[in-house]
Design a protein around this ligand. Structure first.
Ligand SMILES: Cc1cc2nc3c(=O)[nH]c(=O)nc-3n(C[C@H](O)[C@H](O)[C@H](O)COP(=O)(O)O)c2cc1C
Length: 89
């Protein structure tokens, strides 16, 4: 089953473009392996991310995200089954 999860969080430290680039590179590589697509918005030290993919991958990434000290005050905004990916590419 495909699932989508959307959350908002606060960056622990202000991220410069190099850190953001490194984070994005890691996400893209790992997400490809886990069949996860989505988007990541970063502005004013706030993250909003949408991830979509197989339920097991979403659950695993969600656990990792909750352990990640680069952000805090993680707030789940939406989570549920998905018929079709919105960010397939
Ligand atoms: C805002 C934010 C977004 C992230 N997005 C992803 C992501 O899309 N995919 C991913 O694999 N890791 C992402 N990470 C990194 C994970 O939190 C985690 O460090 C990484 O998946 C390694 O997990 P592990 O430490 O449980 O092995 C993100 C981290 C932050 C702070």
């Amino acid at each position: 089953m495909l699932e989508r999860l959307v959350y908002r969080s606060k960056a622990t430290h202000k991220l410069g473009s190099l850190h953001l680039f490194n984070l994005l590179s890691l996400c893209r590589e790992r997400n490809k392996r886990m069949d996860i697509t989505g988007h990541l918005l970063y502005t004013e030290e706030i993250f909003v991310q949408c991830i979509e993919g197989p339920s097991a991958s979403i659950e695993s990434l969600w656990q990792s995200l909750n352990r990640d000290e680069r952000h805090h005050d993680i707030e789940l905004l939406a989570r549920g089954p998905l018929q079709e990916r919105r960010f397939a590419d």
